[in-house]
Design a protein around this ligand. Structure first.
Ligand code: NAD
Length: 445
């Protein structure tokens, strides 16, 4: 528990445990939950083209990381994203693995959290090199006993996607010969390759379902046709924007790592998607050039201009103590993992800005991934009463809606019972749910 991110998580777990009391979360359990089960950080070496002589290939090593947090139930597996990003590190992934557990427990899913990745910028690699790196990583993970549909099930995260999941799945089946449940080794695969309808859009759609739960419970009040500003335009953010019209939300600002655009009358999301798809870096930077009504805008400018809703859906630690006092929003709907620093959270609470936390709001992805894994492996512990949907968009959406509505209602109930913000209530709900399993499993109480 070294870094600030890990310290923040520990503080959050401690606060929630205190609310529940030592009968529910005794001290030994607190220590157990604040630690991780397994950490793995090999170097993956592949041959890449020599920049000074493209005909020659030279060895290059990349740091890979995978962390398993704590198992929580009879499904016996861990689940979590695989990230390709230059900042991937062991301590960052430890924090995210714990948050993945908390998220899964809030949604009443029977697995532990995991997270991992490779420290690389995928936009700088050719498709061939990306595939070589992915398969070398998968081979090493299988050889070291770290990747299996019965143990650790990876899914897309920042910098990874359906294609990468397909590569891993096909490689796993060829390499291990597991034609029975091998498809369940990763989730977020394409539908023709063992994937489930609606997984790609699940996290973006889930953000809306989370918001609707809070609006429906009259926890949050917004004007009709509220406005939103979104950070990121990758998988999560772009699908949030695509579903916005259906939920009568107007997207007035979007910013990614290269630049931002603002238009109080609303941005044309379909055009923006086409624009991002058509350039190498998949960026919306420069999109202001398509209309005289569109203005270029920086992150600080967008935060000050404000809207009803801010959706951080890119990287962590973007809401800091310096930006929080200037943010002009009613609701923060967290699409990214850990976008808000603990001290900034306090400022948002004091300012009356409601935060629908990542550990609930962005759980659409892991939930539909769980459906996918359960279908691939034909495993869904019957005692959990999670309905695994048929493989069509409507049924997946219906099942996802039920998960958000029922678990969101419990989170709200805990927030009311203890008079605590939603994030703290999410942690408390997660601990309350996992406590009986850990007690029975470790037989220490
Ligand atoms: P992605 O790789 O598809 O997109 C990332 C986006 O973030 C890109 O638009 C990129 O330009 C932008 N970005 C990167 N650095 C930035 C910066 N410094 N400032 C502004 N924008 C920046 O990733 P994704 O899958 O959409 O994931 C986004 C976030 O959501 C991550 O925190 C991820 O952990 C979280 N998340 C993803 C899923 C999922 O199903 N993909 C599920 C839950 C949570």
């Amino acid at each position: 528990m070294a870094t600030d991110a890990l310290k923040n998580i520990r503080v959050r777990i401690e606060k929630a445990a205190q609310k529940l009391g030592p009968q529910v979360v005794p001290n030994w359990m607190l220590e157990y939950i604040c630690d991780c089960e397994d950490r793995w950080s090999p170097s993956i070496t592949i041959k890449v083209p020599n920049p000074t002589n493209p005909l020659e290939r030279i060895p290059k090593s990349y740091k890979a990381v995978r962390v398993l947090h704590r198992k929580s139930g009879s499904a016996d597996i861990w689940k979590g994203g695989l990230r390709y990003h230059p900042d991937v590190s062991l301590s960052q992934m430890e924090g995210h693995a714990i948050e993945m557990s908390i998220k899964s427990w809030i949604m009443n899913e029977p697995h532990g959290g995991a997270k991992g990745g490779i420290a690389v910028n995928p936009l700088e690699l050719t498709k061939d090199v990306l595939e070589d790196l992915t398969l070398a990583f998968a081979k090493r993970a299988i050889d070291d006993g770290k990747m299996s549909p019965r143990k650790d099930v990876m899914a897309p995260d920042m910098g990874t996607n359906e294609t990468i999941m397909d590569w891993i799945c096909n490689f796993y089946i060829d390499y291990t010969g597991d034609n029975i449940i091998g498809e369940g080794v990763v989730t977020g695969k394409s539908v023709g390759n063992g994937g489930i309808c609606g997984r790609k859009s699940a996290t973006g759609l889930g953000l809306h379902l989370a918001l609707q739960t809070f609006l429906g419970a009259k926890e949050i009040h917004l004007q009709e046709n509220p406005t939103a500003i979104v950070q990121g335009f990758g998988n999560v953010a772009s699908y949030f924007c695509k579903f916005a019209e259906e939920f009568k939300i107007k997207i007035i600002g979007v910013i990614d790592q290269f630049g931002g655009v603002y238009c109080p009358a609303g941005l044309d999301i379909q055009k923006m998607s086409g624009y991002a798809e058509s350039n190498k870096f998949k960026t919306i930077n420069g999109f202001e050039s398509v209309s005289p009504d569109y203005l270029k805008a920086s992150f600080d400018e967008l935060m000050a201009l404000g809207a009803d809703i801010f959706v951080p859906a890119a990287i962590e630690n973007v809401i800091t103590t310096s930006i929080a006092p200037a943010m002009n929003f009613k609701v923060v709907l967290e699409g990214a993992n850990s976008p808000t620093l603990a001290d900034a959270d306090e400022i948002l609470n004091q300012r009356g800005i409601k935060v629908i936390p990542d550990i609930y709001a962005n759980a659409g992805g892991v939930t539909v991934s769980y459906f996918e894994w359960a279908r691939n492996t034909r495993k869904n512990p019957s005692n959990l009463r999670i309905r695994i949907p048929d493989n069509n968009e409507d049924d997946v959406r219906a099942a996802l809606e039920t998960m958000f509505r029922t678990n969101g209602a419990e989170l709200i109930q805990i927030s009311k019972k203890y008079g605590i913000p939603y994030r703290e209530a999410g942690y408390a709900l997660a601990l309350e749910r996992v406590s009986p399993y850990i007690k029975a499993h470790l037989r220490m109480d």
